[in-house]
Design a protein around this ligand. Structure first.
Ligand code: GUN
Length: 289
């Protein structure tokens, strides 16, 4: 079997054009969706991500505000900026780029963001809402994975989904979103024994390990859907995923490439969440009129 490639770039393009249309509609009602991004220090990867987020805002006609701080910034200064942004009607989404320097308490910073503006979906209120199946801002990467599967008409209910990785940003919420869609979910991680035995049972395998080409053909069941969330560099410095793509594509039924798979969906869902926050703001405005 040679797998069908899930083209994240194409799906992201389609979703972004839908978002751009909705942004235009909102603008007719004098609401311009606004995203504030806080960037601390000089982490090159963070800087690149933030640039892409700003570019996406510009392309979709959204307002974007970048607030930069040096590595030495005090936690209190960040918290007071977040408080100011929470009360700023031109800003509908607030994102603090992670990781933060060690002297800053990440949890405290995330919890300072108003849940109504938490477009990353990292606030405990949004995580709780997601877990209980209520309306919530969903974390962008797992949300992007779900949208890709939906676009490909890949059924989830009743499927056995195996997630490798248990980060708060990707692994844990991915499992929850699959559970919400009635999948049977297994979480694997660095302490899992006999990893292959678990992954070989997966109808849908989600790799969020952070190790280049770690998932070889031996880990994959014939006909499985393989979702590669990894972004790594191989020995030659080339961008690659957690899955050995060349091997896996001969076994899987569907597979996401790296680059051009899950990556483009993450920022797209951030834009979607910012639009949603702006729409929520507008409907509140209308109710108070
Ligand atoms: N650092 C790595 N990924 C992310 C993300 O999705 N959001 C934020 N805020 N920081 C990150």
């Amino acid at each position: 079997m040679t797998a069908q490639i899930i083209n994240g770039k194409e799906i992201a393009k389609k979703k972004r054009s839908e978002i751009a249309k909705e942004v235009d509609e909102l603008k007719k009602n004098h609401v311009i969706p606004g995203l504030a991004v806080i960037l601390v220090g000089n982490n090159q990867a963070s800087r690149t991500y933030v640039k892409s987020k700003q570019k996406a805002c510009q392309e979709l006609g959204m307002h974007s505000l970048l607030i930069e701080y040096p590595e030495t910034v005090q936690e209190s200064e960040l918290l007071s900026k977040i408080d100011e942004l929470n009360h700023d009607d031109a800003i509908h989404g607030i994102l603090v780029q992670l990781p933060l320097p060690d002297h800053i308490n990440e949890v405290k910073v995330i919890e300072a963001i108003s849940p109504a503006k938490d477009v990353d979906g990292f606030h405990p209120i949004n995580i709780g809402r997601m877990m209980t199946g209520q309306d919530a801002f969903l974390p962008c990467t797992p949300y992007g994975v779900m949208v890709m599967l939906e676009e490909m008409n890949i059924e989830i209910a009743g499927k056995h989904v195996v997630i490798i990785g248990r980060s708060n940003i990707v692994g844990k919420p991915s499992g929850q979103l699959f559970l919400n869609e009635n999948a049977t979910v297994t979480y694997c991680h660095s302490k899992t024994k006999n990893l292959e035995e678990h992954t070989k049972n997966a109808d849908i395998l989600v790799a969020a390990v952070g190790r280049a080409n770690f998932i070889t053909a031996d880990y994959i069941k014939e006909g499985a859907v393989v979702i590669d969330v990894g972004i790594n560099r191989n020995e030659e410095g080339k961008l690659c995923g957690d899955v050995d793509f060349e091997e896996a594509k001969e076994i899987a039924s569907y597979i996401t490439p790296v680059p051009g798979g899950v990556g483009p969906m993450t920022i797209t869902m951030l834009m979607y969440n910012t639009l949603k926050a702006a729409k929520n703001f507008q409907s509140k405005l209308q109710k108070t009129k």
